[in-house]
Design a protein around this ligand. Structure first.
Ligand code: SF4
Length: 105
């Protein structure tokens, strides 16, 4: 005979699932998995070529390059994921640069 209350059983299952997820959230594994969903921006991407994207900002020869500027201090960059607003679905290195760089506010 099973006298266990179904809502109590559901609560216990949810509590166990939530407790099991805590170490993954705390360690950043879930955040890392989301970051891995972004593919590194290929150098031959048409928009990357048009915007003179370069993986190492210090190696660019572009006239409008401001010393010290890179993706890491660009307003379009999200450090947690490496995402750039201008290249949806791709990640860019913090040390990269392109001609659309704009100082982070
Ligand atoms: S817009 Fe900014 S973050 Fe995106 S690639 Fe260019 S410099 Fe990097």
């Amino acid at each position: 005979m099973n006298s266990q209350n179904p809502s109590r059983r559901r609560f216990l299952i949810q509590a166990v699932v939530a407790a099991a997820a805590i170490p993954f959230v705390a360690s950043g594994v879930i955040g890392t998995a989301q970051a891995q969903a972004l593919k590194p921006l290929p150098a031959d991407n048409a928009q990357a070529v048009a915007l003179k994207f370069i993986a190492d900002a210090t190696k660019t020869k572009e006239a409008n390059f401001k010393p010290g500027s890179n993706c890491g201090n660009c307003q379009f960059f999200t450090a947690a994921t490496g995402a750039c607003t201008l290249f949806p679905g791709f990640s860019v290195p913090a040390a990269a640069w392109c001609s659309a760089w704009a100082k982070k506010a």
